[in-house]
Design a binder for this molecule. Structure first.
Ligand code: NAI
Length: 339
């Protein structure tokens, strides 16, 4: 079976080739992102393999279907980039890697919190320039603070348990509470926002969670709280967050994802003029820390992504074995704030 692998970076190729030793598929590695025009590069392939920032709207799916593509093997967990209804209508199978390393993402969220709170990113630069002043680097003890976790699935549960290890009280909000997560207190979203010193987002992006953190919910935060998003960029209304940073309502913002990241992340733009003024404004705040969607990026995660992606393709082609077909996620409407 021939598979067009879009949006390939050298590390993707290394890990996919290693995992393919057990299968022997013909992998066609393409640097191009998937789009309506580049979709034709999948000519002669029964499957394509794509990443988080390869959009799959109906028009692209139709082009792919016309070329004979029947399987979309996502090498990621999230699938908000795929028009699932269109895929279903066309009879195309969409598979994903449901869990490759929830530890990687949870640990990255913790790394962001520690770095931002203790200003490690600023201290690193200062020390290299011979500036050993401490003014501007003041943090707070995590011990004894309250951490709010929105979404307590695989990643959120691990994150909650790590934060418990710091001696924090953990509040959680999830329309489907996790029965294995006993050391947290489930509360309403509003209570969580009002009481937490740090709020971390771990729910999926769906039409129901789009701009979950809009201006009305940002206003419910404890003044000066830290907000962390390692989930999907559009969970936060970015212009509203910028307003909240300017007013001091948000005390610190850590992001691994950004709602318009498709034009920025995963590329070296160090010689380009960034055209996104909202993103550029975010970079000007001393209390904002951004990483470029790297929370998943550990050796273990890349091995698991490659192995599961090829297992999905093998299960589709042989009709045997486990195929992680995308199912409609358990999501519920987010309650509107009462104040
Ligand atoms: P999961 O499916 O195990 O957990 C998601 C949880 O969110 C579930 O418990 C679900 O009930 C809950 N949820 C659904 N709607 C909600 C709502 N309205 N409010 C609060 N909770 C809600 O997913 P997992 O593996 O924990 O991943 C979470 C998210 O992390 C993914 O959807 C993905 O967007 C993101 N992610 C980010 C990565 C990165 O590199 N930055 C890598 C992998 C995932």
């Amino acid at each position: 079976m021939r598979i067009a692998v879009f949006n390939t970076k050298p590390y993707d190729q290394r890990f996919l080739e290693a995992a393919n030793a057990a299968h022997g598929f013909e992998l066609v590695f393409l640097e191009a992102h998937l789009g309506e025009r580049t979709a034709t590069l999948a000519q002669g392939c029964e499957a394509i393999c794509t990443f988080v920032n390869d959009p799959l709207p109906a028009a692209t799916l139709e082009v792919l279907h016309g070329l004979g593509v029947r399987l979309i093997a996502l090498r990621c967990a999230g699938f908000n980039q795929v028009d699932l209804k269109a895929a279903d209508r066309l009879g195309m199978t969409v598979a994903r890697v449901p869990a490759y390393s929830p530890f990687a993402v949870a640990e990255h969220a913790v790394a962001l919190i520690l770095t931002l709170n203790r200003c490690i990113h600023r201290a690193y630069n200062r020390v290299r320039e011979g500036n050993f002043q401490l003014e501007g680097l003041l943090g707070f003890d995590l011990y004894g603070k309250t951490v709010g976790v929105i979404g307590t699935g695989k990643i959120g549960a691990i994150f909650a348990n790590i934060m418990r290890g710091f001696g924090t009280q953990v509040l959680a909000y999830d329309p489907y509470p996790n029965p294995d997560l006993t050391a947290v207190e489930y509360v309403t979203l509003e209570e969580l926002l009002r009481q937490s010193d740090v709020v971390s987002l771990h729910c999926p992006l769906t039409p129901l969670t789009q701009h979950l953190m809009d201006s009305s919910r940002l206003a419910l935060l404890k003044r000066g709280a830290m907000l962390v998003n390692t989930s999907r960029g559009a969970l936060i209304d970015t212009p509203a967050a910028i307003g909240a940073l300017k007013s001091g309502q948000i005390g610190a913002l850590a992001l691994d994802v950004y709602e318009e990241e498709g034009d920025l992340f995963f590329e070296n733009l160090s010689n380009a003029v960034i055209q996104d003024d909202v993103f550029s404004r975010l970079l000007t705040f001393p209390n904002v820390l951004i990483t470029g969607h790297q929370a998943f990026f550990t050796r273990e995660a890349l091995e698991n992504i490659a192995r599961t992606t090829l297992q999905n393709i093998a299960a589709f082609s042989s009709g045997a074995g486990e195929l992680h077909r995308v199912e409609l996620e358990r999501v519920a409407p987010v309650p509107a704030p009462s104040a």
